[in-house]
Design a protein around this ligand. Sequence first.
Ligand code: IFM
Length: 448
Amino acid sequence: MAIIQFPQGFVWGTATASYQIEGAYDEDGRGLSIWDTFSRTPGKVRNGDNGDVACDSYHRYEEDIALIKQLGVSAYRFSIAWPRIIPDGDGAVNPKGLAYYHTFIDKLLEAGVEPYVTIYHWDLPQALQDKGGWLNRATIDAFVRYSEVLFKAYGGKVKKWFTINEPWCASFLSYTIGEHAPGYRDLQMGVDAGHHLMVAHGKTVLRFRELGIPGEIGFAPNVSWKVPYSNRPEDVAAARREMGWTNDWFLDPVFKGEYPQYLIDVFAKHGAKLHVEPGDMELIREPVDFYAINYYSGNVVRHKEGFGLFDSETVDYGRDHTEMGWVIMPEGLSSVLLDLKQKYGDIPVYISENGACYNDEPGPDGRVRDDRRIDYLRSHIVEINRAIASGVNLKGYFVWSLLDNFEWAFGYEKRFGIVHVNYRTLKRTPKDSYYWYQKVAKNNWFEV
Ligand code: IFM
């Protein structure tokens, strides 16, 4: 038996995102988002699911806040739906949308929970997509204006802001791999969209500073950990290229002011070019107060000439997987934290998402026994403790997710919640993992 103790003031939280939980897709003046369109396009989302109702959190938010309060965490990370605030993306502000989140934030604060707000978790207004979405540089300014509306409305009440969630997903997964909205399959588009997202991030940080908004701002890239299959230089290089796609490509520009040349070269080999306009890199480099990482999985990778974008393949030799099919590699979390510290320095960092998909349902007694999720969370939380012990300036940890919810292209087939949602009745049932995490948050330590 050993005690895993966390520093005083360590932030325990849980997270969700607007399109995944809110529903109420056409209420109170909300405009359509790219996910409304994408999920209505046949074949894009499993079972034809969409976020029209989702967990109905738009109406049931008081129940959800009660669940968060009862969980005993001090922070809740949620995202604001751009199409509720500015329905057509760059036109008039919708007072009902603004009022909704005012009430929501107030109730959260009354419950003693600090709001951590993600400005963009992928629900781009469809009207902006109609003009090119993230391929159009005008979307950068629309995003800055939308952010400014939020800063002016909620600044002071909200003290922690994330500009963009998982820019890799919003660019490459959406414009190159085609799995997410808007569903394109083109490398050049992914490179362009990614760069524009990063300029939007930097310009927004700058605007936040200019407005003198009290609080802190950062962003939340999804990172991975790739272990070379052997120490042969070609395997090491292949693992570096794969990992660099999520990590270096989005973090180097923010902390070093440049994109990694070895990836520019890979993209060039596949016919894609980085288009940077004068001033872009200075904007992206605008200093942040913290950064946050979303970590779920790692892989073992080796060189395979002519295979995929990176001349590489994943070697899966029987490690456990979650029900997403993702390899469970808890030690990747401490490794990536140490790697980032070494590369970028002692910047405060959060784990803005970590969690697992297991589709456990309530038993005959109504209890959801999701032991595999508890094992997953425990093993990853031990790793963040090890990272802290090694000097990583880690401030907090957010479980993904509070609720089972709309898992993008997988619809409602994949459950990540520590609270079960019955999608027919919308009943919420805290799972065993909820009660396990409740103890961790209360005690600030646990036994292994
Ligand atoms: O559900 C998603 C979330 O929206 C972004 N990060 C990964 C989660 C699990 O796939």
